[in-house]
Design a protein around this ligand. Structure first.
Ligand code: HPA
Length: 252
C-alpha cells in the first residue's frame, strides 16, 4: 500500500513528510509538473507532488497529467488522494464546505486524456461509471468528520478548461446538467488513474460561490473576489495537513 497526495492551490507543500527521496523523473510522456517527494507519515509510505509545480506556474490545461500519473505508477503508488479547490454551484456547496465528489462531468478540451492511443495495440475502453474509488472516498469523509466538520459525500464535479473562471450562463448550464461543484483539474487525472489501475478520489474545498451563485443575504456580489478565494485557500491550508494525518491513520 502506497499513498500519493496531489496538492495544488490547496496544500502547496506537505511539510509533515519525513523525506527520504526527491525525484524529478522524465517519462515517455514528457516532464511531470514537479519534484515527487517520497517519505513516511506514521508508518505509511507517502508520495507528494504539486500538480501546478512548486512555483504554481502551470495552468490547469498546461499540466502534463499523463507524465504525473505515470510517475506515480512507476513509484508503485496504489492510492491517490487529489486535493482541489472548487467553486460551489448548488445550495449546500457554500464556501468552506468539504466535499468528496462521486461523479464527474468533463467540459475540458484539448488535454491528453489517455495512455491508450499508442496505436500499437488494440484500443482499450476503461469502465468509468464510478470515477472515484469508494473505499478512498469513505476514508476522506471519515478524515473530515473526525475533525467535527461536515463533509458532503455525494456531489458531481464539473471540470472546466480554465484558467479563467466561468460565465454566469456557463454555470447555469452546468447546474442544469447536474453539477454541484466546479473545478479545473479532476480530469483527465481521474481517468488516467483508472487506466493505470490506481485508486483515486478527490477531497475538494469550496473556496467561492461559482459565477452568479451565492447567498441572497450576501447581496450576491457581482463578481468573484480573488482576495476571498485566497483567504479561504489559506484557511483551508491550516486544516488540511491535519486531514492528511487523519487519512494516513485510517491505513493503520
Ligand atoms: N470555477 C472553476 N474552478 C474553480 C473555481 C470556480 O469558480 N473556484 C476554485 N476553482
Amino acid at each position: 500500500m502506497k499513498l500519493a497526495i496531489i496538492g495544488g492551490s490547496l496544500l502547496g507543500e506537505l511539510t509533515n513528510l519525513s523525506r527520504v527521496a526527491d525525484e524529478r523523473t522524465k517519462t515517455p510522456f514528457g516532464q511531470p509538473s514537479d519534484t515527487f517527494v517520497s517519505g513516511n507519515i506514521a508508518d505509511l509510505e507517502v508520495v507528494y507532488f504539486n500538480r501546478h509545480g512548486s512555483s504554481h506556474h502551470l495552468a490547469p490545461h498546461q499540466i502534463n497529467y499523463r507524465a504525473n500519473m505515470y510517475v506515480l505508477k512507476m513509484l508503485e503508488v496504489t492510492d491517490v488522494i487529489a486535493i482541489t479547490a472548487v467553486g460551489g454551484i448548488t445550495e449546500k456547496m457554500s464556501p468552506m464546505t468539504w466535499v468528496v465528489p462521486d461523479q464527474i462531468i468533463d467540459y475540458s478540451y484539448g488535454r491528453m486524456q489517455t495512455y491508450n492511443d499508442g496505436n500499437e495495440s488494440e484500443v482499450k475502453h476503461i469502465d468509468f461509471s464510478y470515477p472515484f474509488e469508494l473505499t478512498l472516498r469513505k476514508k476522506l469523509q471519515t478524515a473530515v468528520e473526525t475533525e467535527g466538520m461536515e463533509c458532503i459525500s455525494l456531489a458531481t464535479y464539473g471540470v472546466t478548461q480554465g484558467p479563467r473562471l466561468e460565465t454566469i450562463a456557463e454555470i447555469k448550464r452546468m447546474q442544469n446538467d447536474g453539477c454541484d461543484i466546479v473545478g479545473m483539474t479532476a480530469m483527465p487525472e481521474a481517468a488516467l488513474a483508472r487506466e493505470l489501475d490506481i485508486n483515486y478520489a478527490t477531497l475538494s474545498l469550496v473556496v467561492n460561490w461559482a459565477a452568479g451563485k451565492g447567498d441572497e443575504a450576501d447581496q450576491r456580489s457581482e463578481i468573484i473576489s480573488m482576495d476571498e478565494i485566497r483567504q479561504r485557500i489559506s484557511d483551508g491550508n491550516e486544516i488540511i495537513e491535519k486531514l492528511v494525518h487523519n487519512i494516513v491513520s485510517l491505513y493503520n
